[in-house]
Ligand binder design. Structure first.
Ligand SMILES: CC(C)(COP(=O)(O)OP(=O)(O)OC[C@H]1O[C@@H](n2cnc3c(N)ncnc32)[C@H](O[C@H]2O[C@H](COP(=O)(O)OP(=O)(O)OP(=O)(O)O)[C@@H](O)[C@H]2O)[C@@H]1O)[C@@H](O)C(=O)NCCC(=O)NCCS
Ligand SMILES: Nc1ncnc2[nH]cnc12
Length: 264
């Protein structure tokens, strides 16, 4: 019986990832109508990648069940997380589709199962505590894009987002109009675009380009005109094309927001 619950939780994670990639349009990102700023990815690859994460998410849910948030749990899910990254790279022939999502959704799934809660504040607080614990098994010597941008510009990316309790998920989800329709979710995406220090953008460009991207997104969010009808939205699409940037970190947080929203 309880085994079914682990599978269901993992399936909800996969569903959120598939929902995210099919949500269209998303400037710079892969969606159902465009491959954004990517020459090596498309929606089918993301579906395949998402399916490859099912066992990893299920294992994280199982191992975390009623387990306290401590160093042992952090190291166990770190181990499963790295194995899940391998499953993803195998499914995509080495293309990085969901590394950030494995991290963010993995932490959330682990905390939900550990604390047996669906309360968003408790989940985000648990993720903050869990991600702050030091995993001594993280392999040295691998210089990731996140590390490069941290060294160059002191921004914290995916790790910092989790270690601060996912403040940008809270910000996006604080936008609660009466209807949870297409414009609501597009605006939540743009709230993420306007606030997240996405290391994918900075790695491919520089800090100034990130700030210009955030400013343009913020201008759209603060306008009451429907996002899709706002001429500035076309400007944002053109901006991501001109600078060849992709807010992959925002995409992961968008999927995580949807995942949390669907729990209740
Ligand atoms: C702690 C880790 C997250 C590792 O962190 P680090 O910063 O060292 O690692 P990166 O390799 O840079 O990957 C982090 C990925 O996180 C996403 N991301 C970026 N910024 C943010 C942010 N501000 N908030 C949240 N998430 C963020 C992003 O992932 C997405 O983009 C990827 C695709 O983008 P693309 O442009 O194609 O990028 P590349 O192929 O890399 O380069 P190009 O050549 O194309 O330019 C895609 O993966 C999206 O998901 C970053 O890529 C953590 O991963 C870790 O330690 N893992 C170990 C296992 C573990 O401990 N797990 C425990 C919990 S499960
Ligand atoms: N839809 C998407 N496009 C590009 N990178 C992503 N990372 C996660 N989702 C993504």
């Amino acid at each position: 019986m309880i085994e079914t619950k682990f599978l269901q939780l993992a399936q909800q994670g996969i569903k959120a990832l598939k929902w995210e990639v099919s949500f269209s349009p998303k400037p710079g990102l892969v969606d159902a109508v465009s491959n954004g700023s990517h020459s090596d990815m498309d929606i089918e690859l993301f579906y395949k990648s998402a399916d490859s994460l099912l066992n990893g998410f299920e294992d994280m849910a199982r191992i975390s069940y009623h387990h306290p948030i401590d160093l042992e749990l952090r190291e166990m899910i770190g181990h499963i997380g790295r194995l899940t990254e391998q499953d993803m790279f195998k499914a995509t022939d080495g293309i990085n589709t969901h590394k950030g999502a494995i991290w963010s959704l993995g932490l959330l799934i682990s905390v939900i199962s550990s604390q047996q809660t669906l309360d968003m504040e408790t989940i985000l607080l648990g993720a903050k505590r869990l991600s702050r614990l030091p995993d001594k098994f993280v392999p040295d010597g691998q210089l990731t894009h996140g590390m490069v941008t941290h060294q160059k510009y002191s921004i914290n990316g995916a790790k910092g987002e989790a270690q601060n309790g996912f403040p940008n998920i809270s910000l996006a989800m604080a936008y609660q109009p009466q209807k949870d329709d297409f414009d609501t979710w597009l605006r939540r995406l743009l709230i993420l675009y306007a606030n997240v220090n996405d290391t994918n953008i900075v790695y491919r460009s520089n800090l100034q380009t990130l700030y210009d991207f955030q400013k343009l997104s913020s201008k759209i969010v603060t306008n009451s005109v429907k996002v899709i009808d706002n001429p500035e939205f076309i400007k944002l699409q053109n901006f991501t094309r001109e600078y060849n940037i992709s807010p992959g970190g925002c995409a992961d947080l968008f999927a995580a927001s949807y995942f949390l929203k669907q729990l209740n």
